[in-house]
Design a protein around this ligand. Structure first.
Ligand SMILES: Cc1cc2nc3c(=O)[nH]c(=O)nc-3n(C[C@H](O)[C@H](O)[C@H](O)COP(=O)(O)O)c2cc1C
Length: 206
């Protein structure tokens, strides 16, 4: 399976990091087209201290804990509008934008994108491929909400970065992972399923 992952300048680099690791561990993903906005690197530096500006394959593999020789991640520059994910003729499962800023969300919702993230997302919508958007902002204004509705009507899956607590997370990693599992579920990509609700968690029924 080939999939595109975009990281934008919303808070939550940790979600992108874990999602990429889970995709790598899944055993079914052969290629991840990775695109990052400029502000994504700034947020990553602020939140995790990692330098993701103009990353080399080796630096990305190190960041994700992958084999240094791994070819799983294919990094595309934001201004490369001739990149693979910018064409509908490139058959891939779809795209995840995690985390997604309101800026990127608005650009895609308007249909007037200017960079590779916007273009790749637009291609997914026009080709009827899965586009999973993980927005992060709070509070949301009417423009944000209308943009999300617009994208939902166009076929995108809006999966807000709002983790649940019903699985009793004991760490931030568990909290984050629970949300990342939900992202993988959108593509039926296997994971440990630790977070799956079985109905047996609440006593008193049947
Ligand atoms: C540390 C930091 C945290 C930010 N957090 C958010 C956020 O959670 N949501 C959001 O929509 N924008 C956030 N922003 C603002 C966006 O990065 C900014 O609007 C940027 O222009 C988005 O561009 P991009 O979508 O191309 O990444 C944050 C910026 C910084 C520097």
């Amino acid at each position: 399976m080939e999939i595109t992952v975009a990281i934008t300048g919303a808070s939550g680099t940790i979600y992108a990091h874990r999602t990429l690791q889970l995709l790598a561990e899944s055993g079914v993903v052969e290629t991840i087209n990775l695109i990052m906005s400029g502000t994504a690197a700034t947020v990553a530096q602020v939140e995790t201290g990692v330098n993701l500006k103009d990353p080399t394959p080796a630096r990305l593999n190190e960041w994700l804990g992958l084999d240094p020789a791994s070819k799983l991640i294919r990094y595309w520059r934001l201004d490369n509008l001739a990149a693979k994910p910018s064409s509908g003729s490139n058959k891939q499962a779809g795209m995840i934008i995690v985390p997604c800023s309101m800026g990127t969300l608005g650009a895609i919702a308007s249909g007037a994108g200017t960079n590779l993230i916007h273009r790749a997302a637009d291609v997914c919508l026009k080709e009827g491929r899965k586009l999973v958007i993980v927005p992060r902002e709070t509070p949301l204004n009417a423009i944000h909400l209308e943009n999300m509705l617009r994208l939902s009507h166009a076929g995108a899956r809006i999966l807000p970065a709002s983790p649940g607590f019903y699985h009793r997370p004991k760490s931030i990693d568990e909290l984050v992972e629970h949300l990342c599992f939900r992202i993988l579920d959108q593509f039926d990509i296997p994971h440990s399923k630790k977070s799956q609700w079985t109905g047996e968690e609440v006593s008193g029924e049947e």
